[in-house]
Design a protein around this ligand. Structure first.
Ligand SMILES: [Zn+2]
Length: 304
């Protein structure tokens, strides 16, 4: 009798332990299962929500810019915030002009935002108050222009030099003198020149007509200042030679680099004597569309 009773109790204890183990196992599974299920439900949703939010923000920004990116091919998505800031500060400007101006970096102060010049040793190079050349940059293939068409030792990149000789020769056939009086200038030369101007007129005034070292187009070997041998170069605008240049310079690949009315874009006051070689195609486009090299660069060259 006592043996049977003992056995029953032992069995009951055994049952209780098994029961407890099952309960523990059950709850562990429930907790694990719920956690996994929770993760499954919440995580992907969160990710989708974030993505949708970013997309919406961008869409909103594009809407603020009248979705102009669908109409023009020079819209640079990495400038999105710059476009919006500039548009807010210039509410009267049309959106296309906003895009062009920011592409020309006009939302930044000249010389405060500096970018190394791209397309070095090509006709496409742009050097201005934003794009600069290294102090040791000297273009390849510099050659002196024939003395018939230039002062002594006026060097330009050979393609530009040949084009200039052809231009000057054609003008001479019309009894016009278009003579190169300043062409390639080294960084060092520009240091002295700019310092001299800054000393004479103050930096602010000097900046309106002279490039700071590294920012002068003359360092590219593609720029030329001309005169007609009779008048001072500052009066070139009043000469027959200037009229001829207005009609024909582009046929030889040259553009008037700092035109009237484009001062904000180029950063310089009007200079009737300063021309830049860009090749016939670009020169013709710029001439026909009456734009600056900056605008050409901002709208036609996609990597600027
Ligand atoms: Zn010049």
């Amino acid at each position: 009798m006592s043996k049977k009773k003992k056995r029953r109790i032992r069995i009951k204890w055994k049952n209780l332990i098994i029961f407890l183990l099952i309960i523990i196992l059950f709850f562990t599974l429930i907790i694990k299962g719920t956690t996994a299920l929770y993760k499954l439900i919440t995580t992907p949703k969160k990710e989708i929500q974030t993505k949708e939010k970013v997309k919406t923000n961008k869409e909103l920004k594009l809407e603020k810019l009248d979705n102009i990116h669908t109409k023009i091919d020079y819209f640079n998505e990495s400038y999105l915030d710059r476009y919006i800031d500039y548009k807010e500060k210039n509410k009267k400007l049309e959106t296309t002009q906003v895009i062009k101006n920011v592409n020309m970096n006009l939302d930044k102060e000249p010389y405060s935002y500096k970018i190394p010049a791209k397309y070095t040793n090509t006709e496409k190079i742009l050097v201005n108050k934003y794009y600069y050349l290294a102090d040791d940059y000297e273009p390849d293939n510099l050659e002196a222009i024939d003395r018939k068409y230039a002062l002594s030792n006026m060097r330009m990149v050979n393609t530009a030099k040949e084009a200039f000789e052809n231009l000057s020769k054609a003008a001479k056939e019309q009894n016009l003198n278009i003579v190169a009086m300043s062409t390639y200038r080294s960084y060092k030369y520009q240091v002295n020149l700019y310092n001299r101007y800054a000393k004479k007129d103050g930096q602010e005034k000097a900046d309106t007509y002279s490039g700071r070292p590294g920012h002068s187009e003359h360092q590219t070997g593609l720029a030329v200042d001309v005169y007609n041998k009779k008048e001072d170069y500052t009066r070139f605008e009043k000469t027959k030679e200037f009229v001829w240049m207005q009609e024909h310079a582009h046929e030889y690949g040259f553009i008037l680099r700092f035109p009237k009315g484009k001062e904000k874009e180029t950063g310089y006051t009007y200079e009737s004597w300063h021309y830049r070689y860009v090749g016939v195609d670009i020169a013709t486009y710029i001439h026909n569309n009456n734009i600056s090299l900056e605008e050409y660069y901002a709208t036609k060259i996609k990597d600027w």
